[in-house]
Design a binder for this molecule. Structure first.
Ligand SMILES: Cc1ncc(COP(=O)(O)O)c(C=O)c1O
Length: 462
């Protein structure tokens, strides 16, 4: 397990995997919409070739514009199915019967539902676009579609993955600011109408390949406070954003929206209010120049629970709601969020296996523990030890010692944690299973197709 700062779950003695007994009394009563979605999800239409099937019904989109504030309702607190970031009894039961040795990601769809429904309740009237890049498993897309989600995609393949599950193109945005013109054209032909951009060159491609489409300019954000910052790669300055929106209009596009992203795994709640205030200024300036911005996209950044405890989604919602009210009164544009990590991160657990425990010298007190999963087989977010996963083994509860944790490949960059003070049981041995918690987001999608001959990370949705 990782030693420092793990909070409650780490201080308590961990149950042994094999002896964890699902406690039915600890399960929250499922809300009715979860129940309805579950019935739908448990009876999927057979789809050997989903894209060839007629599109299943998606929830109707309300066309009538309603004030953001008129829809804000108090959030009813609900008990968790399991504490945030914990392994569910269903995952434990599934892993108990798993007979293969290769690593596997097990996603509990009930936890995905819980995260989505909780966010939807906390952010009423805010449109949720699930960031498909976090985990594009068809079962997740199908479930979220039935719960009413929209989808943020980054490529024609992702658009195809979403549409293959029956999602109509009006519910899909193409949020990547770096697109080939042919890909824009492909998306436009399929019916996608919402595109992000952050440069004049991209704007020209949009105007040529997607005439009249809704263009959303992305503003550059400082990602301070984010554990997985998005650097300076995306977005442009406020001044340029203003100019680009005018140019979008002149080029025959619909300058509909403004978007930003405050960095992934963002635990500083002040980031959204500050950004919303700046965006309100930009929206006012654009209004003075004849452009009515109709959509404000607050991006993702909502967290999973890794080593540190994180604020609740209700706390994020409150910060956002207060800022929107303060900046726009009852004349807010349609607010959009694009969560990825917060919807699927805590719903997934990876089971891996210890391949080798060794030392570099007989006198070293730090062991090297090599797992059968590493940076190239799904755990890319351990780059610079940025995302610190919680670990669990069957031997937890006994004495611990410091380890360097590494992956199995022949690449020296494939070290997961060297500085992060990871402590694991002293009797940990080759063949022991290691659970890596909250790995539902940004794992399978980062897994290489076969670096060094290691197969891509397998996913199972239960
Ligand atoms: C455009 C865009 N939207 C949404 C997301 C999802 O962010 P998160 O997983 O932090 O919610 C990302 C992540 O990289 C992104 O680039």
């Amino acid at each position: 397990m990782i030693a420092a700062g793990q909070g409650r779950a780490q201080r308590a003695r961990k149950p042994r995997l094999a002896s964890v007994n699902p406690d039915p009394t600890s399960r929250a009563e499922a809300p009715s919409e979860i129940q309805a979605a579950k019935t739908a999800a448990e009876n999927p239409k057979p789809s050997p070739n989903a894209s060839a099937q007629p599109a299943p019904a998606v929830p109707a989109v309300k066309s009538k514009r309603r004030s953001y504030l008129s829809l804000v309702k108090p959030v009813r607190p609900r008990r968790d199915l399991v504490p945030q970031g914990e392994v569910s009894p269903r995952q434990i039961a599934w892993l108990a019967q798993y007979r293969h040795s290769e690593p596997v990601l097990v996603v509990d769809l009930e936890l995905v539902e819980q995260a989505y429904v909780r966010m939807a309740r906390a952010l009423p009237a805010i449109r949720i676009y699930y960031a498909v890049k976090a985990n594009p498993a068809p079962e997740i897309i199908r479930l979220l579609s039935r719960l009413g989600a929209y989808f943020d995609t980054a490529s024609p393949i992702e658009i195809g993955q979403v549409m293959a599950q029956g999602v109509s193109p009006e519910r899909i945005s193409y949020g990547n600011t770096i697109k080939k013109q042919a890909d824009i054209q492909h998306a436009f032909t399929l019916g996608v109408r919402d595109f992000a951009f952050d440069s004049e060159a991209e704007l020209r491609k949009l105007a040529a390949a997607a005439p009249g489409a809704r263009a959303h300019v992305r503003v550059l954000m400082d990602s301070a406070g984010a554990e997985w910052p998005l650097s300076r790669k995306f977005g442009c300055s406020y001044a340029m954003a203003e100019d680009l929106m005018l140019k979008a209009k002149a080029a025959g596009l619909d300058p509909a929206g403004i978007c930003f992203h405050v960095g992934s795994q963002q635990t500083d709640l002040t980031r959204w209010p500050a950004a919303i205030a700046d965006m309100a200024g930009l929206i006012r300036r654009l209004a003075e120049r004849g452009i009515a911005v109709r959509v404000l996209n607050l991006g993702g950044g909502f967290p999973s629970r890794y080593r540190k405890d994180v604020p609740s989604i209700d706390a994020y919602a409150q910060a956002i709601h207060d800022a929107v009210k303060r900046e726009f009164g009852d004349k807010a544009p349609q607010i959009v969020v694009e969560p990825g990590r917060a919807i699927v991160g805590d719903a997934g657990v990876v089971q891996s296996e210890v391949v080798l425990v060794s030392r570099k010298d007989a006198t070293d007190d730090k062991r090297w523990v090599y797992l059968d999963i590493g940076k190239f087989s799904g755990l890319a977010e351990t780059m610079d030890e940025a995302i610190k996963y919680r670990l669990r083994t069957d031997k937890d509860g006994g004495p611990l010692g410091a380890v360097c944790l590494a992956g199995p490949s022949c690449d020296s960059a494939d070290i997961l944690y060297e500085k992060a003070d990871v402590q694991m049981p002293l009797d940990l041995a080759e063949g022991d299973k290691v659970l890596i918690l909250s790995t539902g987001a940004y794992t399978t999608t980062y897994s290489s197709v076969g670096f060094n001959g290691f197969p891509p990370l397998k996913t199972v949705c239960i």
